[in-house]
Each structure stands twice: as structure tokens, then as C-alpha cells.
Design a protein around this ligand. Sequence first.
Ligand code: PLP
Length: 358
Amino acid sequence: MSKKVHVFNAGPCLLPQSAIDNTIEALRDFSGTGVSLLSISHRTKEWDAVMDETRALWKELLHIPDTHEVVFLGGGASLQFLYVAMNFLEKKAAYLDTGVWAHKALVEAQGIGEAYAIACSKDKNYSYIPKGFDIPADLDYLHVTTNNTIYGTEIHEDLDCPCPLIADMSSDIMSRPVDVSKYDLIYGGAQKNVGPAGVIFAIVRKDALGRVSRHIPTMLDYRTHVDKLSMFNTPPVFAIYVMNQTLHWIKDQGGVEAIYKRNLAKAELLYGEIDRNSLFTGTAAKEDRSIMNVCFVMAPGKEELQDAFMAYAKECGMVGVKGHRSVGGFRASLYNACSLEDVQALVDCMKEFEKQNA
Ligand SMILES: *Cc1c(COP(=O)(O)O)cnc(C)c1O
């Protein structure tokens, strides 16, 4: 019997139990072949079926239009920073600098061509999303990071953008409905909300490819992977399988629209407690609060209780509530597989701690 815990890890994330159980079965016997998932050939009809189904689930769950294709690759979201510039940067691109990941994406592009920060929230330790900046229509693209995992801020709407729009959605993909048609590219690592570490997704507008004049190495060219349906070389078989099972679970929950309602309820419950509880205070600007990563610290004057709350939360079975070192305090990541009961348990723990320290 494993101990009852509530997992709020920022990534790799909590995954649905059904995805884990079905993967364990496939590790023993993949799809009735008698061969472990770890040893199957990726050039078999059984594996083709997994790839086809995984693509189909992405398209169904996010209502991806026929203009776009979804590909699955290795290298992490961090390697996508390079893919973006290689495939889309010709003259000039702008980046919305909303945190460490956004900034890393910008720096990577600057190694390839001309890229600049169109707005930046570093002045307040990235605790808000800049607004009201003008977007020139002649940019190759504007790059945004829709959810800032470390700081707990989120862009809640799909921007109306006069130039092509590209988004890193590593930590809020499948948490809310998205109008995919507004983006030339949406990408991210699977390990924040849709799978284990080891695979990225990239949803790319097909007719936006092939417009840059540079030579793109084969493996860094999205066209290679669109043309070969993510099977140009050996795909990350294990990670894709777990992602497939995670998408099945999302569908069984009623799809992204139903998951979104639940995510809103979870976030509301926890932010409500942070705002009510005299010992804690939120760090992100209220209108930009992320529904995925909730960041909070001890209220002014209560800082000396930080270690005590950390210890008490651990005692209550809370896992992964320590804040990122650049923000401090606490962070609870409420990814899809985290339940309302998990959040209620954290809220109860905060209430009880307040009573004990009143
Ligand atoms: C975690 C994260 C990344 C980096 O992902 P890797 O797969 O580790 O390279 C990039 N962007 C965002 C928003 C993230 O949360």
C-alpha cells in the first residue's frame, strides 16, 4: 500500500492513473503482440495504429483544423526554441518576454537572426503579463509563452495578432480550449500536462512552412516530420504511448471543455483560500493568475512561518508545493490529472495551519 499523497509537481506532472496502469500492461504485452512496448518495432501496423490514433486524438480534442498538422519529436521544448527560429525567422521576429522560458526562446532566436523583446515584465520579477503593446504587422512572427510555469501567470485569451503568432504552450496545453487557427505554431513539452518527459508536440500550419531562405538541417525542418508523420526516424515510442493514454483519459473526462471547467473550479478554490487566509498571499497579478501553476508566499510579517508550513504540508501528504527558487515560497501545479479533492486537501491543510498559528 503506498501512502496517500497529493502531487502538485510542476513537471514532470501527475498523470492519470489509467494512463499509468495501461502503460504497465503494455510494458508487459503491447497490443496483444506478446512483445513489450519497450521492444516493439516502430515499423509495425500495431505501432502505426498508435501513431494514427494519437494524432487523431489531438485533432479531436483541440479541434485542430485541416490547415494544421501535429508532430511528435524529441529534444524537449528547449530545442523547439531553435526550431521556431530556423523554420520561421527570415527578417525580424518579436518575443513577449514573460519569464525565463520566454527569454530563453528569444535568446535562441537571436543566435539565428534579428529578434527582440516587444514587451517585458522582468521589472516585477515576471509577476504580470505586459499589455497594450503595438505589434507591427510586418513581423515574421510574434512568440508568446501562454503560461509561465515558474511565476504562475497566464495569457488567458488567444491574441488577435496582425502577424503570424507562435506559442509555447508547454504548461497549459489541453487545460483550456484554444483557437488553433489563430496560430502558425503551438508547441511544448508533453511533461507538464499531456504525458511523460521525452516527447514534444508541435501543431504547425502547413502552408506557413518553407518560407525562409536558409538551409534547414533535415531533423530541424518541420516539413520532414509533417511529411513523414513523425516517423522520419525512431520516435520516442514509450513517451508517445503514455501521451496517447493520457489523451484517452482527457476524452473520457468529457474533453478539453469539461477539463477546463474543472480546472477553473480547482484554481478558484485555491486562490480563494490564498486570498482569505491571513497567513498567505499570492504573487501573480490577479488578472493574470494561471489556472495551472498557483504561486504564493507567506503574508508580510509571517515570513518566519515558511519552513513550518513546508514541514506541515509534507506531513499532510502534499508533494511538490515548494516554489521555484527564483520566486520562493510555494507553488502548487494543478495540471489536468490533479483532482478537486487534491486541491481541497491542500486548502484544508492551509486552514488548519492558520488555526494552529493564529
Ligand atoms: C518546462 C518548460 C519549458 C522547457 O521544457 P523542456 O522540455 O525541459 O525543454 C519550456 N517552456 C515552458 C513554458 C516550460 O514550462
